[in-house]
Design a protein around this ligand. Structure first.
Ligand SMILES: [Zn+2]
Length: 153
């Protein structure tokens, strides 16, 4: 690695990526900077080595072996994806339920005074303690009879 701050430009110069003005600037710099000149020589040597390198061939059986591994891997990945999506869906349901519960308003109680009820219901719900002792069973029977008949006498 060159210690010069222009070494990155040397890389771009080597790759032919510099505009004409910068290319000339780097060429002038290369004649005055041994570190950049050495960097350029290394890059040229590396490029030469890579251009003559022999890329090994892969046997068809090795390709088949790799392809046979891909299918189970795909199933495992699909299973994991499904499991994660299920967990995410469960979390969403929990969050939505929690949000719904937290934002529930308590039911508004209807004031008793605004509800009109029949006299016989009033008597059953709020019995008069003076006559209720002996007739509590008959008041309940009346309530059931009136309720089942829909309030008709
Ligand atoms: Zn330099």
């Amino acid at each position: 690695m060159a210690a010069c701050e222009l070494s990155l430009r040397v890389h771009a110069y080597h790759d032919g990526e510099l505009p004409e003005a910068q290319r000339r600037e780097v060429e002038e710099h290369l004649s005055a900077c041994p570190a950049c000149a050495a960097e350029l020589e290394q890059l040229r040597g590396l490029s030469q080595a890579l251009s003559t390198a022999v890329i090994p061939r892969v046997s068809p059986s090795f390709v088949q072996h790799i392809q046979s591994l891909a299918e189970p891997l795909e199933q495992v990945l699909l299973f994991r994806f499904g499991r994660r999506m299920t967990a995410a869906a469960a979390a969403m349901v929990l969050l939505a339920t929690g949000y719904w519960v937290m934002n529930q308003k308590p039911p508004v109680a209807t004031p008793v005074s605004s509800v009109s009820i029949a006299a016989w219901e009033q008597q059953v719900i709020y019995p008069d303690p003076r006559d209720a002792v002996a007739s509590s069973d008959s008041a309940f029977d009346d309530f059931l009879r009136q309720d089942l008949s829909g309030g008709r006498p």
